[in-house]
Design a protein around this ligand. Sequence first.
Ligand code: NDP
Ligand code: 2IT
Length: 450
Amino acid sequence: MHSNLVANFDSVVKRNPGETEFHQAVKEMFDTLSDVLERHPEFARLSVVERICEPERQIIFRVPWMDDSGKVHVNRGFRVEFNSVLGPYKGGLRFHPSVTLDTVKFLGFEQIFKNALTGLPIGGGKGGSDFDPKGRSDAEIMRFCQSFMTELYRHLGEYTDVPAGDIGVGAREIGYMFGQYKRITNRYEAGVFTGKGLEWGGARVRKEATGFGVAIFTNEMLKTKGDSLVGKRVIVSGSGNVALYAIKKVHQLGGVVVACSDSAGSVFDKDGLDLELLVQMKEVERLRLSDYSAKRGGLSEYHEGLNVWELAGVASAQVALPCATQNELHEKEAKLLVANGLIAVAEGANMPSTPDAIRVFQQAKILFAPGKAANAGGVATSALEMQQNASRQSWSYEETEKRLEEIMRGIHEACVTTAEEYGAPGDYILGANVAGFERVARAMLAMGVI
Ligand code: NDP
Ligand code: 2IT
């Protein structure tokens, strides 16, 4: 590793003690940047890497709220405004009991380079809370969102910081937060949030965009081998926003998804999942996946407590799309997938594969798309939502989907050509990291020491 990267990694570990996910995200990035620093000594001379690793601003705040029985709860809210050199801070909010500053920093760091890869004018940020929405009533969710926004609103703005959804945050939560923002500021500032409802400033295809983008990117990778998703058997992890629409697009592109999961277990439908039923259950009725197999009768098996990747032996899948959460796909499961005919992996989630799992995929020469490339369709369509809000326009579904496809093909092309330029053909991790980093680094140099 280049000496500047070694020194900066030591410093990141020392200055951010115990933040192991943040360290992991930084390490994955640094592992691919040595040649960039060799070619551009000015990046080291002007401490670009050191500056990129230090967020511009980190906000941590108390979120008190009252549940339906009158009990008061205190959660912690976060927003890490990481880098605004390409545009306003942009990135989702995650509500999950596991959220810490570490989580938000690793996600915010990844977001800088993902957003740069889209080629659109968006900086990087991320936020969230350790609030657990599971089992909460609608009224409790609303009170929590209002309390969260009563503090966060002062840091947001369409030219400053623009949140969206992530785990535990969908159109319902965005609605409550946008409503509170509008009320406090007395401004209908549509461009301050993305992922809004279609009747009040949301963009068509935003809901579907991340999952659609993952499937489109996978198909592009397969095309480089003269292949496609047609006839491929696919395992998806998770059954949330990203997973559901990855399944939909895989089916549209001719593949068949045979398994998916939630944090309690996994389902296996050997002839393909019933997407309509899944969407109805998860999006509308907010049910657990354990209810799905009962509704499918004998067509489906539910495996309580099973990590979906362990189904690799029975599923004989050629494609794996991890769409749940970070570090969910480990070395052992990667080996199982490879032994059972895997040819491609695309990360719908952020950092779902552990470093050891990635090593297994790379050694087996599996096509591997890292999250910051494969799942960038969501934030890219968020940027399209901002564009529509700024111009007071609303594009058709077809127009928006066409743009999403072009953006995903553009990101794929940038990964491929950058990897070739750096002597690592087929290495999508290096391609994505270097292409994203170079855009951010060049802009930072242009703007002086800020
Ligand atoms: P959702 O909340 O809609 O769905 C998350 C899914 O993952 C659920 O099925 C959930 O199961 C499962 N899951 C979450 N945490 C865990 C865990 N610790 N262990 C096992 N399963 C878990 O979130 P999204 O679909 O929006 O996000 C999924 C991933 O995609 C995240 O990594 C997110 O950062 C990333 N992403 C999201 C984008 C977006 O536009 N929404 C854009 C780009 C990336 P359960 O219901 O049981 O908790
Ligand atoms: O991880 C991500 O890219 C997101 N959660 C979406 C961010 C956004 O601003 O649309």
